[in-house]
Design a protein around this ligand. Structure first.
Ligand code: DGT
Ligand code: CA
Ligand code: CA
Length: 570
């Protein structure tokens, strides 16, 4: 077993023991050991090969733990883990994925209510039986109900960042294999869908078995699920599956098109083929026995009188009606980033460091937008601290060359629909993003009131991450997008696509509606450290999925032009 699998096994053991009521110190010892292994730069297997007793010299690892880790590293199994797994139903383990439920609470639910599955728990909560347990109120019961559907999804789909990362690493190592001519990512990861169910990779190779051997041995691969002549399916560490298909060069384009999907897009494409007396499948586009296209993707679209359609648009959401060549925004088009944090609130870098990092990233202008006071756990700014912060930014930006810096604020829209800072302070800003952080579960009418009153405030320039969702862990606020988008359009308020891969908020569908209404979109990183700008890529692809051209994205403009578009400057 590799280190990451050992870490996962120790974590699982700690969770299971805690569910079984094991002594808290023992449980913590396993978790600490997991952290220690996680931070090792060497493989445990290598350490053990050097010296069988080397593990006990590590922080917090005694003889007993060292034996367990050795067993995991050498045999991939641990008897104790198998024993405790047998004592805890799988459904109870799944309950740990419900946001806000730790092992202690789950153990209580399991014991008190005799629930063994998420469905059991859902039924118990619906019947009000959860709220009747000591330490669980009505509120907890409701949040359990909300969380169950998230828990049911968790583990099934991963964020696009996780998917692209894993697929990218694996594609890169396959490209190094002798005989491999070409490797490409397909499926939802190529379409940059916000979550992916599994990964799909295509290769052209004279020697498919060499490629498959390499995949089987890849450090990210936990298990080979199936292997044939042209197809291999593996499970990655963390549970994501990956399909590798080795295809001949003459049908690569057809295969890439087919396995990129989406299914819905492919259904239409097949119908268009049939209407022309052609047959389309993953081997090519055929008239009778004769292949009319298949080597490259563009050839297939061309044979059907279509422009090549960018993968992000292949969802059968109107892409077949767009006859002109499609121009979508690209990473290089982006010149500014209007949402980031510093050490003044919950960022990890100073104003100077963020400016320097933004410049290194190639940005021409930024806005520093720390939190307002309501976000107390992030040390949010009140009027006095905010004004001091702005004075500091003004002094620093005078010294900064080659980049423009706006004095901004990420201002909370409070639960009562007022803003977290007084108008006269907001009036002094260069740029105000208003956001919902708290009260996301309010009824739709209240959410609507909050968003509309923020938009009606003349000092608000932009609404940030409108729905507040965290993909897979926090449900979006219930927004009436019709009135929300109309108001933004009427008042000249920009809307953000927050590029954090767990947010991607606006989502693709709402961003497309915003475009139709002519609302300028800003794609922002929401960086909290100097490496944070790289997520802009995810925002760009979400914008592409929404069909946004460079002209639809305000921060593709020059600084001068962007500044003129800001509501307060018009
Ligand atoms: P995912 O994995 O759920 O995030 O989504 P995809 O789109 O990657 O779906 P997946 O992995 O099941 O299949 C990859 C592509 O292969 C899919 O987008 C389209 C194509 N495909 C798979 N099964 C079918 C099918 O039954 N009919 C058609 N037309 N295409 C299919
Ligand atoms: Ca897939
Ligand atoms: Ca697949």
């Amino acid at each position: 077993m590799g280190n990451s699998q050992i870490v996962a096994a120790l974590e699982e053991l700690a969770d299971l023991l805690e569910l079984l009521g094991e002594n808290a110190f023992r449980v913590r010892a396993y978790r600490n050991a997991a952290r220690t292994i996680e931070s090792l730069s060497d493989d445990v297997t290598t350490l053990l090969a050097d010296s069988p007793t080397s593990l006990t010299s590590l922080d917090g690892i005694g003889k007993d733990l060292a034996e367990k880790i050795t067993s995991l590293a050498r045999t991939g199994t641990l008897k104790q883990l198998d024993d405790v797994r047998a004592q805890v139903p799988a459904g109870v383990v799944q309950m740990l994925k419900i946001p806000g439920l730790g092992p202690k609470k789950v153990a209580t639910l399991w014991k008190e209510l005799q629930v063994h599955t998420l469905e059991d728990l859902q039924a118990a909560a619906t019947a009000g039986r959860v709220a009747s347990i000591k330490g669980f109120g009505k509120k907890t019961e409701q949040s359990i109900l909300d969380g169950i559907s998230l828990a049911q999804e968790a583990g099934r789909r991963v964020l696009i960042s996780v998917a692209r990362n894993a697929a990218g690493q694996i594609a890169e190592s396959l490209r190094q294999v002798p005989g491999v001519e070409r490797v490409e990512i397909a499926g939802s990861a190529r379409r940059w869908k916000e979550t992916c169910g599994d990964l799909d990779i295509l290769a052209i190779s004279a020697d498919s078995s060499a490629a498959m051997d390499t995949l089987a041995r890849h450090p990210l691969v936990e298990q080979v699920l199936a292997r044939g002549e042209t197809k291999q399916q593996v499970r990655l560490v963390g549970g994501l599956d990956l399909d590798l298909r080795v295809v001949p060069p003459e049908s690569f384009g057809a295969a890439w098109q087919y396995f990129t999907g989406s299914k819905e897009h492919n259904v239409v494409l097949r119908r268009l083929s049939q209407e022309r007396g052609l047959k389309l499948n993953e081997y090519g586009l055929f008239r009778g026995e004769e292949a009319v296209a298949g080597r490259d993707e563009a050839g297939i679209y061309a044979a059907l009188d279509l422009p090549w359609i960018p993968p992000e648009l292949r969802e059968n959401r109107g892409e077949f009606e767009r006859l002109a060549p499609i121009e979508l925004v690209e990473r290089q088009d982006l010149r500014g980033d209007l949402h980031m944090h510093t050490t003044a609130t919950d960022g990890a870098a100073t104003i100077e460091e963020m400016i320097e990092a933004a410049k290194d990233f190639g940005l021409q202008y930024i806005a520093i937008t720390d939190h307002s006071k309501r976000v107390a756990m992030a040390n949010g700014l009140d009027s006095t601290r905010l004004r001091e912060h702005w004075r500091r930014i003004e002094a620093i930006r005078k010294q900064a060359h080659g980049i423009e810096v706006l004095c901004g604020i990420e201002c909370d829209i409070l639960e009562d629909a007022t803003l977290d800072l007084p108008d006269e302070v907001l009036a002094e800003a260069d740029w105000v993003i208003a956001v919902l952080h708290y009260g996301l579960r309010q009824p739709a009418e209240l959410i609507e009131q909050r968003l509309l009153s923020a938009i009606r405030n003349p000092h608000v320039d932009c609404i940030g991450h409108p729905s507040g969702r965290l993909i897979g862990s926090r449900a979006p606020a219930e927004i009436n997008y019709t009135t929300f988008l109309k108001a933004a359009s009427d008042h000249g308020v920009m809307l953000e696509i927050n590029a954090n891969p767990a947010r991607l908020d606006l989502n693709d569908i709402q961003a497309a509606r915003a475009k139709d209404l002519g609302i300028p979109i800003v794609i922002n990183s929401d960086s909290h450290h100097t490496q944070g700008f790289s997520v802009l890529e995810y925002g760009i692809h979400q914008a592409r999925r929404a069909g946004l051209a460079p002209a639809d994205v305000a921060n593709t403009r020059s600084f001068g032009d962007f500044r003129k578009m800001i509501r307060r400057n018009r």
